[in-house]
Design a protein around this ligand. Structure first.
Ligand SMILES: *[C@@H]1O[C@H](CO)[C@@H](O)[C@H](O)[C@H]1NC(C)=O
Ligand SMILES: *[C@@H]1O[C@H](CO)[C@@H](O)[C@H](O)[C@H]1NC(C)=O
Ligand SMILES: *[C@@H]1O[C@H](CO)[C@@H](O)[C@H](O)[C@H]1NC(C)=O
Ligand SMILES: *[C@@H]1O[C@H](CO)[C@@H](O)[C@H](O)[C@H]1NC(C)=O
Length: 448
């Protein structure tokens, strides 16, 4: 594997995992219950940088730009492992990662809330720390390790009870595809979650990266990244080996029940389908698509991962848009055009001509539009109603939230199931048995 263009991923340290990370096993012995974090997205009134006069069109253009960048980033990671001479350079910068959904977790004593990107495609937790260069546009308070009574740096030589005369901290670096970086040192501190009974639960000694130097000068739009893949250092692995997130209505800026549950209380309900992890991403086995009762004529192998690790279907929280294999996207678009008929004139978005858009209003004109269902192995389904399958761009244009993989010139051509497609679902991950669960639910019901 080359990590040269690998954002959100630790460059160093494969050797460290053997030396230092194993002692964090204290975390798993805590067995916390229903650790919950509200999830907040940039279009929400609850987001500290909420822009009231940003239009739906502004948001969607940023979302598309971000999703394309995310897709390019995923591609770069897959390609990095496919070919050693990787001439394709993905561009995804931290400012774009801030366009996606974020968890609100608190670190230290006293606990300082941090908005961190929920990323099912990476493993480590890192946050910006003071003193910090280039963190000017962070959200809320920065975490200051020197002010936390429970913080301890991770030293190259372990310290005994008397403490260290000198701690030589283990450095931490993440490098993004656009060469921007975050670097600092590794440390441990308490992470505080809310519990469903309005209390809090403390997980002591969580290993995380403390970023003192953010190598970029644009608004990052987040305070760090919460990696939730199945890597050994991911909080998802450390806390009970299961987690779930519930995504409600992303178009409603006042909706406040999107949430992440880590550990024992995770919502593993509904239909399940097996997943496999490659390059740190969760791959699921997609078998087909229906529009209403009509099953589209898609050969079963279309979504399969090929022997050379191209293709396949990744379920992702970093992209809002869904990207499907071109032949499937063509079939699906054709079916949608047939259903909409002549009454809906087609249009496109200037910067993203591959988006299929139509004149009309989802709430006014698409009442009774059939549900689009993604079918997965073992009978699990993800049903996209018109509010998930389409997005209202402005008063009289709506667009499909599904694009073709060729919209970017990718070689590895994975399909990607984005966040809009996961609306109205609680999606649960069982890392031990490798199943993902889809439960159609009103997220508010999980908050009780
Ligand atoms: C948003 O509104 C504020 C005042 O309400 C105004 O100062 C600002 O220029 C507006 N921004 C845009 C992008 O329209
Ligand atoms: C994050 O959680 C803290 C503690 O519960 C709360 O005070 C803060 O307002 C939350 N931040 C956001 C942006 O919701
Ligand atoms: C990143 O840095 C490398 C090595 O310095 C350089 O070759 C490459 O062009 C840079 N990439 C970008 C996107 O700036
Ligand atoms: C991978 O294999 C498929 C067929 O199995 C082939 O069509 C495709 O070109 C290959 N891609 C790469 C990048 O080698």
């Amino acid at each position: 594997m080359t990590f040269a263009h690998e954002p959100l991923h630790l460059l160093l340290l494969l050797s460290l995992s053997t030396c230092c990370f194993s002692s964090t096993s204290t975390i798993s012995s805590v067995k916390p219950q229903r650790l919950v974090s509200k999830l907040i997205h940039p279009g929400s009134v609850h987001h500290p940088h909420y822009k009231p006069n940003e239009t739906a069109k502004d948001r969607m253009e940023l979302d598309i730009q971000h999703s394309a960048a995310r897709f390019a980033y995923i591609q770069a990671r897959i390609e990095g492992s496919l070919v050693s001479n990787n001439e394709y350079k993905a561009r995804v910068s931290p400012s774009l990662t801030g366009r996606t959904i974020m968890a609100n977790i608190s670190i230290g004593q006293p606990p300082i809330p941090q908005l961190v990107v929920m990323d099912t495609g990476s493993d480590i937790l890192w946050v910006m720390c003071t003193p910090c260069t280039n963190c000017d546009n962070h959200l809320g308070l920065l975490f200051d390790p020197s002010m936390s009574s429970t913080f301890s740096p991770l030293c190259k030589t372990p310290c005994d009870f008397k403490g260290c005369s000198r701690c030589d901290p283990i450095p931490f670096t993440v490098t993004y595809a656009d060469n921007s970086t975050a670097s600092g040192m590794f440390g441990r501190d308490t992470v505080v979650f809310e519990t469903t009974d309005e209390g809090t639960s403390r997980i002591p000694d969580v290993l995380f990266g403390c970023g003192h130097n953010i190598g970029q000068d644009t608004d990052p739009g987040h305070n760090g990244i919460l990696g939730l893949n199945n890597g050994p250092d991911s909080l998802a692995t450390k806390i009970g080996q299961k987690f779930s997130y519930c995504i409600g209505d992303l178009a409603d800026p006042y909706y406040n029940y999107h949430q992440l549950i880590l550990g024992e209380g995770a919502d593993l309900e509904g239909y399940s389908t097996p997943f496999e992890v490659y390059n740190g991403f969760y791959y699921v086995t997609m078998e087909g698509i229906s529009v209403g009762e009509k099953r589209l004529d898609i050969a079963p192998e279309t979504f399969e991962m090929k022997k050379n690790r191209t293709g396949g279907v990744i379920i992702d929280t970093g992209s809002t848009i869904t990207f499907l294999v071109d032949s499937v996207h063509r079939l699906l678009s054709k079916e949608v055009r047939n259903l909409l008929g002549w009454s809906f004139r087609q249009t496109t978005i200037e910067k993203s001509p591959w988006m299929q858009c139509f004149y009309g209003s989802i709430s006014r004109d698409l009442v009774g539009f059939p549900v689009v269902t993604f079918h997965f192995a073992d009978g699990a389904d993800l049903a996209l109603d018109s509010g998930s399958f389409f997005n209202q761009l402005n008063d009289n244009v709506f667009c499909m939230t599904v694009g073709p993989v060729s919209s970017l010139n990718l070689k590895s051509k994975p399909s990607l199931i984005g966040l809009l497609a996961q609306q109205s679902y609680s999606v649960g991950y069982d890392l031990v048995n490798q199943f993902v669960y889809f439960q159609r639910i009103d997220c508010e019901l999980l908050s009780g």
